[in-house]
Design a protein around this ligand. Sequence first.
Ligand SMILES: [Zn+2]
Length: 237
Amino acid sequence: MMITRTAMTAEHRPSHHPETGALVDYAAGTTSQAAGVMIASHLALCPVCRGEVARLEALGGAMLEELPPTPLASADIDALLARLDKLDAERPSFAPERQPVAASIVIPRPLRDYLGDVDVGGDLTALPWRKLGGGVDEIEIRQAAGHGEHLRLLRIKAGSTVPRHTHDGNEMVMVLAGGFTDASGHYLRGDVGVSDTRVHHTPVADSDTNCVCLSYTDGPLRFTGPVGWILNRFIRF
Ligand SMILES: [Zn+2]
């Protein structure tokens, strides 16, 4: 069955965005690879943040031009140019979605490039999900993750609650399909929830459809609710 992009996504315009600091890091090319995939995936779906990153990049360029000229040996210039080229090549780029099909309807282009052997030509259910229990499945995306970082696709069964948890580090979660609600609001496609060690949250997936998210963490998750201690023993986030 052909599913049109309009039917799948209903063109939701994200209302929850990454923190400005994360966009600044991305624009400056100082973001980690895995966080960059998260930001680039959000940019593919969010015209507001695309505009913001373009503004920041222009600002960065203007500031570079304002700097007083420093005499650089040509070897230094070559090294600098090589470094800039490398930064550009490493930074995941973003492009707005055009004519996606099947699972690739749901998975933004910048993320698809990091899924390696995962076949995004089929539908979402055909992806190699690993059961975490409690109505949550995951696909770990190792290609992009640096030390201590985790980038993963999460699938939360319709109506399920992700056990109450907190973080040793920072977490960004972006909805790719379906939606979830936590104390901070309702999240739909393209929306990014940001939390850190201070947040104990309990996201609940919308009841009508499974919720698929992209999750980035730079520290382990710790479950804190009544079933949390059991999950902590079995799930090594
Ligand atoms: Zn945004």
